[in-house]
Ligand binder design. Structure first.
Ligand SMILES: NC(=O)c1ccc[n+]([C@@H]2O[C@H](COP(=O)([O-])OP(=O)(O)OC[C@H]3O[C@@H](n4cnc5c(N)ncnc54)[C@H](O)[C@@H]3O)[C@@H](O)[C@H]2O)c1
Length: 344
């Protein structure tokens, strides 16, 4: 299959690109190369036959039309977005423009291309979204695919809007759309403004490890390589018009997650132990959702997919990757320094 991956130089998109190329697919990586992109993330596959990079903005209709016409993809896997909640609170405009207007422009370009190709039923527009569109849970319950939308940050509101657009293009124009809503990802190549890389790198440098509030917020952590695998499973076997929730079956309070990372570092770098002495509680983020949890029954029962690693295994792999890949993260620290991320 030839897949047009948008946002393929970002954290999750690059995992999808690496995974898809290794699975034998042709991949067109369409990315505007914003601060969040890094071509080193796809260096392992960038010489593979059938891989192409297109530096383009999803808001640029003329560029999109040209890319569709030249590459003639069988599917679009749409990940390009502004993705950091803290940035959306400081400056929501970019989130409205890329996540809403950009998704609209991409949908229109995909529809025009699909119609020109004779409206093939096999075409797919797969939109990658987040569980944050469902709002916040209390101590009990899980998000299912029918949970009402209740976004609470500029980021999640912009993602919710894009989900509605994608569904509407499926219903109104018959474009063969599929959606996935996943929980918080972590793993290799995660930009060092997000919670897990911030914890690892601050601990390594003996700097305070910032934790919002009392660290009581609960997230359902999904290893990025598992997410990439799930996305290709849904793309290949999911039902048109349907959405699938993807979770890691790995709920953890932020404070417990941070303590686990500190323990993994104590084992690997005993000279800095105990790393949890660096934990510093900071003023909570406004509108900070208490708990997200995914009910993954649909993807498990319909498509036979489930995560391959536990949180402990995934975190150990992630810590080992950051310890072995200083060349990757060192140049990014200045960009991330502008904004000491404390949330995912
Ligand atoms: N990271 C998570 O935990 C998580 C969880 C659920 C859903 N998601 C969703 O998955 C997708 C990917 O997330 P991520 O964490 O990899 O994000 P990321 O910020 O690491 O990467 C986003 C990529 O999109 C590109 N991009 C941004 N604006 C663009 C534009 N206007 N045109 C073209 N490219 C543009 C960036 O250059 C970057 O490479 C997003 O849609 C996000 O909402 C992420």
């Amino acid at each position: 299959m030839k897949i047009l991956v948008t946002g393929g130089a970002g954290f999750i998109g690059s995992a999808v690109v690496r995974h898809a190329v290794r699975a034998g697919h042709e991949v067109v990586n369409l990315d505007a190369l914003t601060y969040a992109a890094n071509l080193a993330n796809v260096a392992q596959v960038s010489n593979a036959p059938g891989y192409a990079l297109e530096k383009a903005d999803i808001r640029d209709r003329a560029r999109l039309d040209d890319i569709f016409a030249r590459h003639r993809p069988d599917a679009v896997l749409h990940l390009a977005a502004e993705s950091h909640v803290d940035r959306s609170i400081d400056g929501p405009a970019a989130f409205i423009e890329t996540n809403i207007s950009g998704t609209y422009t991409l949908l229109e370009a995909a529809r025009a291309y699909w119609v020109a190709e004779g409206s093939p039923e096999t075409f797919r527009f797969h939109h990658v979204s987040t569980d944050e569109v469902f709002g916040s849970l209390g101590a009990e319950g899980q998000f299912t695919e029918t949970t009402p939308y209740d976004p609470r940050s500029p980021y999640s509101a912009s993602k919710a809007a894009s989900d509605h657009l994608v569904r509407a293009w499926g219903e109104t124009y018959g474009l063969p759309v599929i959606l996935t809503n996943c929980s918080n990802n972590y793993g290799p190549f995660h930009f060092p403004e997000k919670l897990i890389p911030v914890v690892i790198l601050n601990a390594l440098h003996g700097r305070p490890i910032p934790v919002y509030g009392a660290g009581e917020n609960v997230r359902d952590w999904l290893y990025v390589e598992d997410h990439a695998d799930a996305l290709l499973t849904v793309l290949e076997n999911g039902k048109v018009g349907r959405s699938y929730n993807i979770g890691g079956e790995n709920e953890a309070r932020n404070i417990d997650l941070v303590r686990t990372i500190c323990r993994l570092l104590d084992e690997r770098r005993p000279d800095g132990a105990p790393h949890d002495r660096l934990i510093t509680f900071v003023t909570d983020r406004p509108g900070h959702d208490l708990r997200y949890a995914i009910d993954p029954t649909r993807i498990r029962e319909e498509l036979g997919w489930r995560p391959s690693v536990t949180l402990e295994e995934g975190l150990a792999k992630t810590v080992d990757w950051y310890l072995a890949n200083e060349d990757w993260w060192r140049p990014l620290l200045d960009v991330a320094q502008e904004r000491r991320g404390t949330g995912a």
